[in-house]
Design a protein. Structure first.
Length: 209
């Protein structure tokens, strides 16, 4: 089994929580309340700014130009996410210049710390984060209507472009760990899945310091 498949298999017990998370389903059916919507925009904005820095850091330690090019394909998409959040926030009067919750800060700090653990470990974290988002939003795409306020987000994170980029990341994982993932790669992948679930829960339920 390839390294990317081994990482997914190792964290498979967490995947039902990804696919059934109430936040994702509330977004898909349009029932997410406005307070949670505002928390979502604030959290996602703060996170995406840090995530873009994480991507840039990963590019700088990529071992080959091919690795760097594949990772860099995600930068325009994340820039688009940031711009979409800004536009939606203006339209709905949401102030993005507020302090995010502890999970956002902790998750971002964890990703940045992995750059010091080496390329393969940080790459496993990137692959994990993108897989969670793609699988989570793809699972509810069929339930959502284009008239749904949240449709632009669902469409973006379950798009064919996103799927193709993740396929490219999986090939990078396989090439970087031909003998299978190291234990630090397994740990990073699993922790990122758990952080993503905490991120969604913090938005849905409300999170305070």
């Amino acid at each position: 089994m390839s390294a990317s498949r081994l990482l997914l298999a190792h964290s498979s017990p967490l995947w039902p929580r990804v696919l059934k998370h109430p936040f994702v389903h509330a977004v898909a059916d349009g029932s997410l309340d406005r307070d949670a919507f505002a928390r979502w925009m604030v959290a996602d904005y703060a996170y995406n700014l840090e995530y873009r820095r994480f991507l840039a850091g990963l590019i700088t330690i990529a071992p080959t130009s091919w690795d760097a090019d594949v990772i860099a394909e995600g930068l325009p998409s994340h820039k688009g996410d940031i711009e979409l959040i800004r536009q939606v926030a203006v339209r709905h009067g949401i102030d993005l210049d507020v302090e995010p919750g502890p999970t956002v800060i902790g998750f971002s700090a964890y990703l940045h710390s992995l750059l010091q653990r080496g390329y393969e470990v940080a790459l496993a974290a990137l692959f994990s984060s993108e897989m969670v988002y793609y699988d989570g939003w793809s699972s509810v795409r069929g339930q959502a209507s284009w008239e749904n306020l949240y449709w632009p987000f669902i469409e973006t994170w379950s798009s064919q472009f996103f799927a193709d980029w993740i396929a490219g990341l999986s090939r990078l994982i396989d090439a970087s760990a031909p003998d299978g993932p190291s234990m630090p790669m397994f740990v990073a992948f699993d922790r990122v899945v758990r952080f993503e679930l905490l991120f969604w829960t913090g938005i849905y339920a409300g999170e305070t310091w």
